[in-house]
Design a protein around this ligand. Structure first.
Ligand SMILES: [Zn+2]
Length: 443
């Protein structure tokens, strides 16, 4: 879970709750919300905060929290928190089933599938006074729900807005949250992606509703750009003329230029991608038709239900680790370490993660894959014919710095996944070293 500043001021009544992200409106008093069609995102609208839905049940949040999947401490995991809106006390079983369905859809898709163990999933059992949602199935319908969910937000039939402040207050009941997913009790297709708030809404009773969540996580967890070319406001123009975008999955450079300059997704060019075809430079992305490229023809960042392309998958993987790290625990935790003990690491439980060990900078091949090693304080006893075990006094491992013998043990924990090709990622977020300085060895 990331740490956020506490939002002060407007929500004084809720300040006793755990800290929640600063999700206040921008200077113009609006929130940018992504709109989705049944098969594709459509663009963004600005929802004025003052016009947004307000929950009519203003009681302070109170709800039980069901752990759906807990894989580690919240500060070392990505916490996904589900909230329900428009589910009454008698509809909690339906809510639970729709949460399970959504998480299942997510966990079947890469890279969530391979990195499932980096996630915690919580279900906050938000109970509403009435069943359903405002303006559903038609405009004018009013329902008293905990999060104030409404279709026809900003006049768009498929756009479901909620009371963002109420959502954050409920999400704060979970042990941690990085992403909030609001399941709206309806079988009418709809949803929304709040770009700054890391909050997604979708209709849990429609088969396509939960498909909005993986796309939105591409933005919130992967910092990915949209790969669709059209814009909700045609006046915005269709030829991109701006600078090279910071997002890794859009570029003003074509394949030849990427290769020549070794930038953007040049390492993936020509590789077969899970969303179909091979990675190239396809014109049209980031709401423009021309002047800007995307890595594949039709990935999840362009159409719902599709897989991420190789470029998006690499970014997601990197960003996962930037949130979680690679090591859940390492002991002993304080330096220096006396000889004679055991050093151990607990890597995150991902199959492609492994540990290597070094003594005084020399890799100990026979220790590869071990999660703990013994530190000898003197030459280890050997039976006849047995090779001397690694320790700081062994002839090939002895190191002197400025006349002083040193004894340094290092565990290198790294993910060797083929989802990532960029060496800066492999040596950066996908790798970490823990070093122990050992004292008291007799050599
Ligand atoms: Zn999007």
């Amino acid at each position: 879970m990331r740490r956020f500043p506490v939002l002060a001021g407007a929500l004084l009544a809720l300040t006793l709750l755990p800290a929640w992200p600063a999700h206040a409106a921008g200077p113009d008093g609006t929130r940018k919300v992504e709109v989705f069609d049944q098969d594709a995102p459509k663009g963004y609208v600005d929802v004025p905060v003052s016009d947004g839905p307000r929950s009519r049940s203003l009681a302070p949040p109170s709800a039980t929290v069901t752990p759906i999947e807990v894989n580690g401490p919240s500060d070392k995991r990505i916490d996904l928190v589900y909230l329900g809106d428009g589910f009454t006390e008698g509809e909690m079983a339906a809510y639970t089933a729709q949460v399970a369905n959504s998480w299942n859809i997510l966990a079947q898709r890469e890279p969530f599938k391979s990195y499932r163990k980096l996630f915690n999933v919580w279900q906050v059992n938000v109970v509403s006074n009435e069943s359903g949602s405002d303006n559903d199935p038609e405009p004018g319908v009013r329902k008293d729900t905990a999060l104030g969910g409404e279709y026809y937000c900003e006049g768009l039939a498929r756009l479901i807005c909620v009371d963002v402040d109420a959502a954050y207050a409920y999400a704060g009941l979970a042990p941690g949250f990085d992403q909030i997913a609001v399941v709206v009790n309806s079988s009418t297709y709809g949803g929304a992606g709040y770009t700054e708030e890391e909050l997604v809404t979708f209709s849990g009773g429609h088969p396509s509703g939960p498909e909005i969540l993986p796309h939105e996580l591409g933005h919130s967890l992967g910092d990915l750009a949209d790969e669709y070319p059209y814009w909700a406001y045609p006046d915005d123009g269709s030829t991109y003329t701006g600078d090279e975008p910071v997002e890794r999955n859009t570029s003003t450079y074509d394949a030849a230029r990427q290769t020549a300059q070794r930038n953007k997704w040049w390492r993936w060019l020509g590789a077969e991608t899970p969303d179909g075809g091979v990675i190239g430079t396809f014109e049209g992305a980031a709401y423009y038709n021309l002047g800007i490229y995307r890595p594949s023809d039709n990935s999840l960042m362009r159409s719902l239900v599709k897989p991420f392309n190789l470029v998006g998958r690499e970014e997601m993987t990197r960003k996962f680790y930037e949130t979680t790290g690679l090591v859940d625990d390492a002991t002993p935790s304080s330096a220096p370490v006396r000889a004679g003990g055991t050093l151990s690491v607990t890597p995150v439980p991902v199959p492609t993660v492994s540990t290597r060990w070094l003594v005084n900078g020399h890799e100990i091949a026979e220790w590869a894959g071990r999660t703990s090693v013994e530190v000898f304080d003197r030459k280890p006893k050997m039976s006849h014919g047995q090779a001397e075990q690694p320790w700081c006094g062994r002839k090939d491992l002895k190191v002197k710095v400025k006349g002083e013998r040193t004894c340094v043990y290092t565990a290198v924990v790294a993910d060797s996944t083929d989802f990532v090709r960029d060496p800066a990622y492999q040596d950066g977020p996908l790798s970490t070293s823990i070093t122990w300085t050992v004292t008291g060895a007799k050599f």
